[in-house]
Design a binder for this molecule. Structure first.
Ligand code: G6P
Length: 362
């Protein structure tokens, strides 16, 4: 069955490898022959009538929301906020006049997100749940649902749901922007771009041996680690750090690289691993100079860089894709770094201590 590990030693590795297929399946489900997006026009109209989008989620899904902000603002020009569900529940922000709520949740069952959705329903606002589980609670209780069609995700550490959510955000934002007649959206050939992503992901998952070597050399015995980036690369850094800490128990943080000098750089010692993520052209030069600063304090810097921005010596080079979709590629080697570090430390990567796949209590 789909939920079978097959020849794989762990679900996490299987699910990492499935990501190119998840991209193709989303294209198949959401893009018509003529290139139009198969999402109900009345949902697009409601979203486009909003003066602000509120994305609410937890964990990895929250990180997919951070990338979603870049995508929705870029393609629809609607201001977008992203909130951690457990924070929103007791301390909601002051809302705009015409809010629309988007819930991102792999399982559709996360209690913190459900709590916010019931508030939203009490307030009488419209909502959309983006989820991998048909008929899940958050799907039933929201006004609209869009499914990820990613197949069951079994490993506790989420991988293909993150990339699936980002790809579906891109499909949705494209459809919204096209409905509004925005040029940026019209010029964004989403099926073509996601196909490029699928091919790029395949190249990356085919290079596992190289990532395993980096994990052995830099992460197998370290006490802590940092991921740094700016703009969309900061969003990626936060998810990359969560992956590593969840399955390897290495104390890991994702930082806005410009913020390091305001405190965190004090933690850099000889050989502290710092993974610099560079896919954003506007900030590439600045992240590189921040990486130089930690290098000068003895850090072991590992560069993950898009081909167009790569320099001699960068360890992991990513195929070039649309600037809003680089997280879909950059996260793949980070997932693999986490996976191999966990194995080298002798842990059960599919079932990390203290964590549950779906947290259905507050
Ligand atoms: C748990 C899982 C995470 C997941 C989070 C949100 O903490 O361990 O991997 O990201 O819940 O889950 P959801 O199903 O709402 O995306």
């Amino acid at each position: 069955s789909e939920a079978d590990k097959g020849a794989y030693p762990y679900y996490m590795l299987k699910e990492i490898d499935e990501q190119p297929g998840v991209m193709r399946s989303l294209i198949k489900h959401y893009v018509a022959e003529d290139g139009s997006i198969k999402i109900a026009p009345e949902l697009l109209t409601k979203l486009n009538n909003a003066d602000r989008l509120y994305i609410v989620a937890a964990g990895t899904s929250y990180h997919a929301g951070l990338v979603g902000r870049e995508i929705f603002e870029g393609l629809t020009k609607i201001p977008t906020e992203v909130h951690v569900a457990s924070e929103f529940a007791y301390n909601p922000p002051l809302l705009s006049q015409k809010p629309f709520f988007i819930f991102l949740t792999q399982s559709g069952e996360t209690a913190d997100s459900r709590q916010v959705l019931s508030l939203v329903n009490q307030w009488g606002y419209q909502s959309l749940t983006i989820t991998n589980v048909e008929n899940s609670t958050l799907s039933r209780e929201a006004t609209h649902t869009l499914l990820l069609y990613a197949g069951p995700e079994i490993a506790v550490a989420s991988t293909k749901a993150y990339t699936g959510q980002i790809a579906l955000e891109a499909l949705l934002a494209k459809a919204m922007g096209a409905q509004k007649g925005l040029t940026t959206a019209a010029n964004f050939e989403v099926a073509q771009e996601l196909t490029k992503v699928a091919n790029g992901m395949q190249e990356l998952v085919d290079e596992k041996a190289q990532i395993e070597k980096i994990a052995t050399a830099a992460l197998a015995t370290t006490r802590n680690a940092f991921y740094i980036g700016r703009a969309i690369d900061y969003d990626i850094a936060q998810e990359a750090a969560l992956k590593l800490k969840e399955v390897s128990y290495v104390q890991t943080e994702g930082f806005a690289s410009g913020e390091l000098k305001h405190g965190t750089i004090a933690l850099i010692e000889k050989d502290t691993p710092v993974v610099a993520i560079i896919t954003d052209a506007k900030t590439a030069k600045h992240t590189r100079s921040n990486a130089q600063e930690v290098l000068a304090r003895g850090a072991n810097v590992i560069y993950i860089v898009s081909r167009a921005l790569a320099e001699e010596g960068d360890q992991i080079v990513l195929p070039d894709v649309h600037p809003l979709l680089t997280p879909l590629l950059a996260i793949v080697p980070c997932q693999l770094l986490a996976y191999y570090t966990s194995l080298q430390r002798g842990y059960d990567v599919d079932k990390p201590r203290n964590l549950a796949k779906s947290v259905t209590v507050e």
